[in-house]
Design a binder for this molecule. Structure first.
Ligand SMILES: Cc1cc2nc3c(=O)[nH]c(=O)nc-3n(C[C@H](O)[C@H](O)[C@H](O)COP(=O)(O)OP(=O)(O)OC[C@H]3O[C@@H](n4cnc5c(N)ncnc54)[C@H](O)[C@@H]3O)c2cc1C
Length: 339
């Protein structure tokens, strides 16, 4: 099928909005439906676009470094197209010598080499960083965005491209030529697309310390990351597999807060707000993006802890399903029918 198709997108998160914009740019008549108006997990995320440290520090991401890097490389195009602001100042790994040695080894396995920095230089890049660590590793290839402004920018660009938004849930394909299911961890449409049944929800809690002088680069440490943003310094994030509730859970959060305060001692006991989002994960850690076994249904979900990073690549694959354009070298690894 060529452009001009009538497409309903269920879900206005990072994946749904990116897909809607790509489809509109391909000439489709797109309607985005979401009863909540904006992405649930997408709005609370840290916004890291971090192929290098994700692959170095997360076992499941390591196997997909090529995909994570390819997705990151699509972001400058989306920055130009949608007016999303990218922070390219990089990310620091900070910790004791044994932990940093592990990070160095992991970077080496990826063919990457960070820049070794002494403490004072690292502290200049991340004000408030602990005196306890003598050494840090800077990676310039990991970027970041502010999730809420990015959602707003994507929506504005989509609206300007003719996308219509409706604050209502989708229950089926209806009168559309195609339904794109971008409902994140919500499996309510599993009756429409059975592949959604493979998704595991992973609850994530993130603590935001307003007013903390955290302007600087993102910091990766043992057991936590700390990311400066418009709402203060965000320390994230728990990975609570199987949990779907949006209620803060102090017990699960406590180790994270401790790890955050190890990086930035001023955080110990400081006031913070807790936000909760639920990620959707597939068994192999890669999204489901592409044709469902169900007719006229396309999936765009299951991006686990890298939904922002992967959004432009997922969008490219989704648009190619509708228009018949070349989907690129990674489409087969996203194919929902692999499950
Ligand atoms: C604490 C935390 C930190 C994170 N940090 C990062 C990070 O630094 N970098 C990164 O890349 N990723 C990060 N992630 C992961 C990332 O947020 C997710 O992978 C991504 O936001 C998923 O986007 P989505 O569009 O699939 O889902 P969501 O943003 O959850 O959006 C799904 C939308 O679908 C809607 N919906 C549900 N059912 C229906 C229906 N029937 N009809 C219509 N709409 C429906 C919902 O209302 C919701 O708005 C983080 C996640 C969490 C929780």
């Amino acid at each position: 099928m060529t452009g001009g198709a009538k497409v309903t997108v269920a879900g206005a998160g990072a994946l749904g909005l990116s897909a809607a914009l790509a489809l509109a740019d391909a000439g489709c008549a797109v309607t985005v439906c979401d009863p909540h108006g904006a992405g649930l997990a997408s709005g609370v995320a840290a916004g890291m676009l971090a192929p290098v440290f994700e692959a170095a520090l997360d076992a499941q991401a390591a196997a997909h470094f090529d995909i994570l890097t390819a997705a990151r490389d699509l972001w400058p195009g989306l920055e130009a197209r949608a007016g999303v602001t990218l922070d390219r100042s990089g990310a620091l790994a900070v910790g004791d010598e044994a932990w940093l040695a592990g990070v160095r080894a992991a970077l080496g396995r990826l063919g990457e080499h960070g820049i070794e920095l002494p403490r004072r230089t690292a502290q200049a890049l991340a004000p408030g960083l602990s005196e306890a660590f003598d050494q840090a590793i800077l990676v310039r290839e990991d970027w970041r965005l502010e999730p809420k402004p990015a959602l707003a920018a994507l929506r504005r660009a989509a609206e300007a491209a003719g996308v219509v938004f409706r604050p209502e849930p989708v229950t089926g394909v209806g009168g559309a030529d195609w339904l794109v299911i971008a409902t994140g961890a919500d499996r309510g449409l599993a009756g429409v697309a059975p592949e959604l049944g493979v998704l595991t929800p992973i609850k994530g809690q993130i603590a935001r310390y307003g007013g903390f002088p955290g302007a600087g680069v993102s910091v990766r440490g043992e057991g936590a990351y700390a990311v400066p943003g418009e709402d203060g310094l965000a320390v994230g994030a728990t990975m609570e597999a199987g949990a779907t509730d949006a209620t803060p859970n102090p017990k699960a959060l406590a180790p994270l807060l401790k790890a955050g305060a190890r990086l930035f001692p001023q955080l110990a006991g400081a006031d913070h707000a807790v936000a909760v989002g639920v990620r959707a994960a597939t068994p192999d850690g890669l999204p489901m993006a592409g044709l469902s076994w169900a007719p006229r249904v396309i999936l765009a979900t299951g991006a686990r802890r890298n939904g922002w990073l992967l959004a432009p690549l997922v969008a490219q694959v989704v648009a190619a399903c509708v228009t018949g354009a070349e989907a690129g070298p990674y489409a087969h690894r996203f194919d929902p029918r692999r499950f």
